[in-house]
Structures are given as C-alpha cells and as structure tokens.
Design a protein around this ligand. Structure first.
Ligand code: FES
Ligand code: FES
Length: 895
C-alpha cells in the first residue's frame, strides 16, 4: 500500500484506481475546504498543492499523489494565517466564498514564488491575472482579489494584524466554512436523479424494482408529476439513494422505462409557429415554472404563447398611432430596432444541494437555499407537517442569484428518499444538471419603437418582448419600461413563449437587463439623432431625483468629458465610452424579525435569514456592534436556520431593507432592558459603558419586527403609484400573495463603461467601469462596494460571453459545462470605480435599500453604447461575440 502526506500527516493512498483525488480529499479525509465545481479543470475550485505546485484535484487520480506531499487549504496557514489569507480578509476579496479556497491555494503559491524571486516588488495586474486565470468567481470578487494579491506580494500583510470587514471571512479563507455540499451525517446515502433524455414524452411505465434490487441501494422513488408527462430534456423521472454516488448511478441505469414520445416545440421560433406542438394543455398549466420574483399576472394562452400582458401600457393606442404615422412619414427621429438577448445561466459555484434527515417525525434539511424560512413553510405544507417539525439550515450558501429561492427538486428528492430509505440522504447536482435544469434568465426578442418630439421630448415608446421561458411563465420585460422615462404614450407588451426546454427562473433583477439592453440603446440612438449629449438627454427625459444626481456625477467624469465621437476614431483598436441607466424596486418583507439577546455576558442576534455572499451577517454584526460600542466580532450572529425568528428570503434585493430596521428596533429595546436590569452603573472611569453593562447583565432577550417606513418627502413615492391603477393592483398582489412591499423611492444606477474594440478580430475589452448607485445609506460600505462590482462583472458576462446553447432538434443543453458556458474570469475584469449617492431614502426605516439587482441592470447597454461610440455600429444581439461584431462591421462597410 502506498502513502501520501496530507497537510503534514502520513495517510494511505486508496487502492481504487478510479478514485479521483478531489473525492478522496473531500469524502474520505473530510477536508471539505477543497471544493468541487466544474469537475473538468476549468474553475480552479479544487486546487491543491502537490509537492508545492498547484494542481486541480478533480482531474487527478488519487494514486498520482502517492509518495507526494499534498497541501489543501486547511494546511495553508494552519499554524498562522498566510499573508494571502490576511489580504483576502482585509480587502474583502470574497463574497459567497465558494471559490475562495481554490484562489487562496493558488495565490499563496504565487505569493511564495514571487517573494522568492522578486522580494517585495508589487506584481502588475497582468501578472496577477496570468497567475489566477485558471480560477472562476461567479460573485465577481476579482477587483478585490487583484488588490489583495498585489499588496500581500508587496509585504503589506507580513505582520500579525488582521482585520476583515466581512465577519465570516476567516472561515472562508481557511476552508472552515461549511456549505450544504459539505454536510455528512453518519449513515448518509447519496441520491441521484434519473432525468428525461427526450424533450416531450408521456411516461407509460416505470419499473424501479431492478434499481431497488441492486446491492447498496436503499430506496428508489418516482418523481413524476401526476400527469406522467416530461416536458424537457432533464425533467426528473425518478431518484435513487445508495451507499455512494457510483452505486446510485449504476442503479439509475437499471430502471425500466416505457414512454410515448410526443411532438416537441423547442425554442422561441419553433414554439411560436402556428402548427407547433403544445407544451401545456389547459388542465396542466399548473406544472409550468415561474420566472418572476413574485406578482405573476394572468394572461390568455394561444398555443404556446401566453400574452399579451400589457397592463402597464399607457395610452397604448395613441402610442401605436404616433409610431405608425412617424414610420409612414419616415421621421428621422423615429428609432426602431429589434434586439435579441441570450439565455443567461446563474452558474452558482455551489450546485443546488440538499441533505435530508428524519428523526422520528422531525425533518431536518441542510439546503443550499436563498430562503430558509420560506422553504420550511413550503415543505411543511407539501408533506403536511407542523411548521415546528421541519427545520431548514443553510450556514453558508455558495451563490444563488435567484435560482435558489424556491423549493427545488433536489430538496424534494432528498426528503422523499430519506423517508423511503429511513436514513439521511444527500442530493448534490452535478455541473451538467446545474447548467441545464436549475433555471436561467430567459432569452428574448424585444422590438422597440421610440419617438422623440421635434422639441426633443419623449413622445411615444413601444416595447414588445417575447421571452423564451422554456416550460415556465410570468416573464416581465416590457412592463418594466413604464417606470423610467415618462412619455406621452407607451405601449408595453409582454409575451411568454413556452417550449420544451427546462424552465427559466428569477435571475438578479428579472426582466431588467433585457429591458435595459433595448431601451438604453434606443435612448442612446435618439440622443445621436437629436444631437444631444446622451447623459443630458437622460437628464431631460428622466425626472427621478435619485438618477438626476447620478447623471450629474456621470457627466462630471473625466472619461465622459473627454469622450470623442466614433467618426474621430481610426485604426485597428478603437476605444469608446457609453452610458446607461437602470432602476429596481425598493422591496422589503413584512414580518421580518430579529431577536437580540444577552447570553452569558455576550450579545447574540438571531433571525432566519441566510447569507448567500451578500454580507447579511456583517450587516447585523456591524449594526449591533456600532450601537453598543463593540467590535463586530463581539456580536454572535445566528442566521441560516429556520427555527430562528422569521427572516426574509434573499431575493429582489430585499434583505438589508427588511432586516436592518428590526435590528435597530431591537437594539433600542435591548438597551432599555439592560439599563432596567443593571444592578450597578458602569465601572468608574470606564469608557465602554455598554460593554461593562452587557458583561454584568443577566440573560435577557428582546424581539422586534420590521415596522413601516416614515412618510417620504414630497416628490418621493412608490414607482407603482406612478403607474396608476395597475401599479396599485400589482403592489397589492405582491404584498398579499408574495409578502413583499414595494416602498417609496427608486434604487437607481447609472454606469459609464470604457471599452476597446479590436476591429480585426471582433474582441471587446471593458477597460474601465464606473458605476454610480443610489441605494440609500450603506450599512456595510466595503461589502456594498464588493457586491456592486460583482454585479457589474455579471453584467459584463451577459453582454459579452454568456449564452446557454441548446440543440434545436432534441432540446439537449449543449453548454452544460464551464468550458462551453463561459463566465467572466479575472483577466476580463476592468478597473472598477463605485460611487454611492446616499440621499433619497431618509424615509426608509434604517435608511438602506438593496444593491444586488440594480447594479447589474445597466451594464450590458452601457457596454453596447460604448461599442457604438467606438466603431459607429449598434450591436443588437448579446452576447456581443467577435463573429457578430465583425459581421456588423462588414455590413456597415458594405452599406
Ligand atoms: S472543480 Fe476542479 S477545476 Fe473546477
Ligand atoms: S465568492 Fe467567488 S464564487 Fe462566490
């Protein structure tokens, strides 16, 4: 038997020649800091050191480590934090933290090599990008990673001091943070799902007995819906729990299935044809997924097309008539265009995962979820259990971006398998499942007509959007154009096009990025035709006070003031500067609550919210600490557990606005209680009275619920009110059915992008990103900045790289791996400047509104507008691939 040294300890190397090193590290040695993401050497999350050299453990057989020294993230800085770990903590070079161990291992190796060769010289951005180009961070923490690595190499973190704006940063840089995929109970089984290999079929027979008969298999269950129809490749059919994943997969292969193949309609164009096969008959529409974050509307269906949904139109007939008249008169100011956006996958690095365990009639689940409390409610309802018999836990969540907001099939399968097997069961999606069946931002075709008046005002606007929602409904794209740029008349029409593809899901600002891609380019085009500065035109057309302040900031940027026209640019590489604006709704969740307690002389804050990398722990700890004159580390924050007081879901940028007010209210109550129960005043001469009072306090607890906001200042109202009766009805529906309130004031973003276009090869590089945000007061400024920059990185991916590809004949997803689904890497990262405008939300309890959604919405049109400024060509389809750009240039030359 051969051996290897792991983090300094001698261990046997497994005899199994098929065992991968990553599985041995994680499953046999329980060193779960090393993460498995892509399984194909693309993302770097599984990086370890083998005899000091970084390698990806997902591609190495474990026997390759025989006789060698292996170091995992747990072994880096085990005795004392490595300078790279301290730098990542200090610069907040992480968000959800799932990619972080891989980055730490690689960056530590780079740091050590660099210091040996170059002393404390600082590496350049390009040198750092080259060293870390084999790693992906879906949260987009790259800008802070650049800073952390540069400063660690320069020796700035050689000392013992370590500070971190993110309270759980140490756990994330050392690999100690536990995610759902890391949970392991005694006797735990692995669950695997059998999925449909065809796009549309009726399952006429399902025989699970061969799977159940296989040694090592504990349970096999059906996951078919009542109608026994599968409507997309990857639809769940059955699931198996076995002693390990290999056995479960073997069992899945034995399941006998008979089916009747049904005609399928795949994708936007095929599903819209009059003779297209129908995906959902009337009686079965309840099985359709939901791509909205709430507030779905009713609309009629015609075949696979659901719509028109046009409730947010305003004098739509007049808009149509004016646009028709302008077209007939060939009005040069009329802007008409059709834009197309691709499907964007969430691509969370931690896959969807659940671990279920029954103890008698009590169900405990670890779930990678954005909604511990809501998932508990849904599970209790589905399985007719009392709420207190179900507990959902999510200590850390490796990204969600909207895809983990509801009760997912991984959770259902784990629960039902655990019940059938009478043992704990873990279901973890592989990367192909993650990139195929967990939802996406739907592709869309958006037709726009925009007509300025001769005086330069916005007269009429028309948007018609067809969203490629797969087996799902409720897309909202065109309607979002109602709440920006008031016009005399607007015709805003949304259609869902349902097809035999996996269902879409909410994704960061659902509907916002596609709407902005079309509208903001049309506004830009209008500015060109009117010979207006694009920011000045927006200032004229857009009365929102928050964006007015951001326009002033943007127009003062040097990069904007020095901007040239496309006609002035020559040569192969051409630079351009573009602007775009975006907004999102200010949302909060009623009933959100916080308990603050003193336990054993220490403050404990509790709420059933989850931290998906957005910094919720740090917001709570920082707020409490500041109020009591403590350090954030003095506050124990317990979240990620549905047994705690009810907290909000992480969706719609609602968490901070929901949690901060009850935290502040609980602080006031706790102070009163402490003072009431104080046996003696603070120690004489003490400059930390609350610290002393807390230390001497008996155990007490107070509770506070999110209160209503104050009346806003004149001129600030809910944007839904501006949308008239339909807006008020929509707001009522959101509150009643989705437990979300739309508050007054509009979180806003204005972004300026500088790009460089290679006119020969069609490549676009974003050189500099300037993002201005109006989101109220910052509860955790450093983390707010990190989140804003990460959102911009996702917007760059949307604009330039990301597209889920499917086979138009079979419905198979062709980009089910991270080589074919390209997310931005560190070398794609521009220099990023974030500006926060804090006014405009004084009426909000706590003063803060959400950041995550609004800061990704204007990125893709700002890039497209910058490209137009660089080369004089308007790109109407994203991703703006090199071939599309070269084609567009050729067409312009030919014209
Ligand atoms: S999991 Fe090994 S490189 Fe991605
Ligand atoms: S912090 Fe990198 S993936 Fe989330």
């Amino acid at each position: 038997m051969s051996t290897m040294t792991i983090n300094g300890e001698l261990k046997p190397t497994p005899d199994d020649v098929d065992a991968l090193l990553v599985d041995v590290i994680r499953d046999q040695l329980a060193l779960t800091g090393t993460k498995l993401v892509c399984g194909s050497g693309v993302c770097g999350a599984c990086t370890v050191l083998l005899d000091g050299a970084p390698v990806v453990s997902c591609l190495l057989p474990s026997q390759a480590a025989a006789g060698k020294a292996l170091t995992t993230v747990e072994g880096i800085g085990a005795a004392k934090l490595h300078p790279i770990q301290k730098a990542f903590m200090a610069h907040d070079a992480l968000q959800c933290g799932f990619c972080t161990p891989g980055f730490i291992v690689e960056a530590a190796a780079f740091h050590d090599r660099w210091r040996m060769a170059k002393g404390t010289a600082m590496p350049s951005r390009e040198e750092i990008a080259a060293a870390l180009s084999g790693h992906l961070c879906r949260c987009g923490a790259y800008e802070n990673i650049f800073r952390a690595v540069a400063e660690a190499c320069a020796g700035r973190f050689d000392g013992d001091n370590v500070t971190a704006p993110r309270i759980e940063a140490r756990d994330k840089v050392t690999g100690a943070a536990r995610y759902t995929v890391d949970i392991r109970h005694d006797g735990q089984l692995e669950g695997v799902i059998l999925r449909s290999s065809v796009a549309h079929a009726r399952i006429t027979g399902l025989d699970l007995s061969p799977a159940r008969a296989l040694p090592g298999v504990a349970a096999a269950i059906s996951l078919l819906a009542d109608d026994n129809i599968v409507r997309y490749v990857g639809a769940p059919i059955a699931a198996v729990a076995a002693k390990d994943r290999r056995t479960a997969r073997a069992a899945i292969a034995t399941i006998r299935l008979s089916s009747e193949t049904l005609p399928a309609a795949i994708g936007l164009d095929a599903a819209r044809r009059a003779d297209a096969a129908v995906v959902f008959e009337k009686a079965n529409r309840k099985y359709a997924g939901d791509v909205s974050e709430g507030g779905g509307s009713s609309a009629r269906w015609t075949g696979n097309v659901r719509g028109p949904s046009a409730a947010f139109s305003q004098k739509s007939k007049r808009a149509k008539a004016w646009l028709t008249e302008a077209r007939q008169k060939r009005d040069p100011l009329l802007v008409e265009e059709t834009f197309r956006v691709a499907t964007q996958s969430h691509a969370c690095l931690e896959p969807h995962a659940a671990v279920a365990r029954f103890d008698g009639d009590r169900l405990t689940l670890h779930v990678s979820t954005q909604a511990v409390y809501e998932v508990t409610e849904k599970l209790a309802k589905r399985y007719r259990l009392a709420h207190d018999k179900v507990r959902v836990i999510a200590d850390h969540v490796g990204g969600g971006f909207g895809s983990k907001g509801s009760l997912g099939m991984e959770t259902i399968a784990a629960t039902e398998l655990a019940r059938a097997a009478n043992a704990p069961v873990r279901v973890v999606y592989d990367r192909e499942e993650e990139l195929s069946v967990t939802g996406y931002r739907p592709a869309a075709e958006i037709k726009i007509g925009l007509l300025p008046s001769a005086q330069g005002d916005l007269k009429a606007l028309s948007l018609t959007a067809y969203a490629d929602t797969g087996a799902a409904t409720n897309s909202t794209i065109a309607a979002l154009a109602r709440l920006i740029y008031p016009a005399e008349a607007k015709e805003l029409v949304d259609f869902d096009v349902i097809s035999n593809l996996p269902p879409g899901a909410p994704f960061r600002g659902p509907g916002g990025p596609p709407m902005a891609f079309a509208l903001e380019q049309a506004v830009d085009e209008a500015a060109l035709r009117l010979k207006f500065d694009p920011i000045s035109l927006r200032k004229r057309w857009d009365p929102d006070p928050n964006r007015q302040r951001l326009y002033d900031w943007a127009s003062g940027l040097d990069v904007w003031r020095n901007r040239e026209q496309a006609t002035a640019r020559h040569g192969r590489y051409r630079r351009g500067v573009g602007v775009a604006a975006g907004y999102w709704l200010y949302l909060w969740q009623p009933g959100s609550s916080v308990e603050l307690a003193i336990k054993g002389g220490r403050i404990v804050a509790k709420t059933a919210v989850q931290d998906i990398g957005t910094g919720t722990r740090s917001v709570i700890a920082g707020t409490v600490a500041k109020a009591f004159g403590l350090e954030p580390q003095d506050v124990e924050v317990r979240i990620g557990d549905s047994s705690l007081p009810k907290g909000p879901a992480s969706g719609g940028s609602r968490v901070t606005a929901s949690i901060l007010p009850p935290t502040l209210a609980a602080i006031a109550k706790l102070k009163a209680e402490i003072e009431k129960s104080a046996a003696r005043p603070p120690l004489p001469g003490s400059n930390a009275p609350w610290r002393d009072l807390i230390a001497a306090s008996p155990d007490i607890a107070v509770y506070a619920e999110r209160a209503k906001d104050n009346r806003p200042a004149v001129g600030i109202s809910s944007p839904l009110k501006q949308a008239g009766l339909m807006g008020i009805i929509f707001g009522w529906m959101l509150r009643t059915f989705n437990h979300i309130v739309v508050g007054a004031g509009v979180p806003s973003s204005v972004q300026v992008m500088e790009v460089e276009v290679d006119t020969w090869l069609g490549h676009v590089r974003v050189l500099n990103a300037y993002t201005g945000l109006s989101v109220g007061k910052l509860a955790a400024p450093v983390l707010a900045r990190s989140q804003a920059m990460g959102s911009v990185i996702q917007g760059i991916g949307y604009a330039l790289y990301e597209a889920r590809e499917t086979d138009p004949l079979t419905g198979h997803v062709l980009s089910g791996n991270m080589e074919d689904y390209r997310v931005p890497g560190i070398a794609d990262t521009p220099r990023c400047e974030v500006y926060f405008e804090e006014a405009g939300f004084d009426h909000v309890a706590g003063g803060s509104v959400g950041i995550g959604e609004v800061s990704t919405i204007p990125t893709s049109p700002a890039i497209a507008n910058a490209i137009c400024n660089a080369i004089g060509v308007r790109m109407t389809e994203i991703p703006i691939r090199p071939d599309r750009l070269v084609d567009a240039l050729k067409r312009r030359t030919a014209a």
